[in-house]
Write a protein that binds this ligand. Structure first.
Ligand code: IMP
Ligand code: MG
Length: 187
């Protein structure tokens, strides 16, 4: 059985993703100037594909950096525990920072990241997320750019994983019931 056989349905097809990412890039081009030289902070691992596409559509001068936060085990429910696994390589004091996230679910991860980055005194701090599940929000953090609001379903693909798999799928999809169960059983 291949990875794609585990997909029950495609929620956002590849073409729709690409079109929306290009639109988000146009919005970012309009927010910042070349002089701002914003730093895009990609939240690993989920946002790696989104960042890779987004940065290719950007026309303003910018830099990228990476941060990795752990908040989940291998299951589909947040543990609520957040810690930094990989920190930025540079100081962001006085910099215009744009956090690039894959998905905002409860909002806990983003709340932690924004509070943490705020203490480092950036010139500005904004958030761009590809996906958001408004129905699941526990902490309401302002989000500047949202690609798609999606229903309360666990999704994979385009960087997002279930138990570290399915990140390579070029679309956002929902897995078959069996795929979640068989993998969770191994944890
Ligand atoms: P939050 O802290 O509950 O907002 O969760 C945010 C993080 O959980 C995201 O950055 C993802 O890594 C992960 N996550 C939340 N929902 C999903 C999903 O549907 N699929 C894959 N990962 C998810
Ligand atoms: Mg993430």
């Amino acid at each position: 059985m291949g990875l794609r056989d585990d997909v029950a349905k495609v929620l956002i097809p590849e073409k729709a993703l690409q079109a929306r990412v290009a639109e988000l890039a146009r919005e970012i081009n309009a927010i910042y100037t070349d002089e701002d030289r914003p730093l895009l902070v990609c939240v690993l691992k989920g946002a790696f594909m989104f960042l890779a596409d987004l940065t290719r559509y950007l026309e303003i001068r910018h830099e990228i950096d990476f941060m990795e936060i752990s908040s989940y085990g291998k299951g589909t429910v947040s543990s609520g525990v957040v810690r930094i696994l990989l920190d930025l390589a540079q100081s962001i004091e006085g910099r215009h920072v744009l956090i690039v996230e894959d998905i905002i679910d409860s909002g806990r991860t983003l709340d932690y990241i924004t509070r943490n980055l705020h203490t480092r005194q950036p010139a500005s701090l904004r958030v761009c997320t590809l996906l958001s599940k408004p129905a699941r929000r526990e902490i309401d953090i302002p989000v500047d750019l949202v690609g798609f609001d999606i229903p309360d379903e666990f999704v994979v693909g385009y960087g997002l994983d279930f138990a570290e798999e399915y990140r390579n799928l070029p679309f956002i999809g929902v897995l078959k019931e069996e795929a979640y169960q068989s993998s969770e059983g191994q944890v």
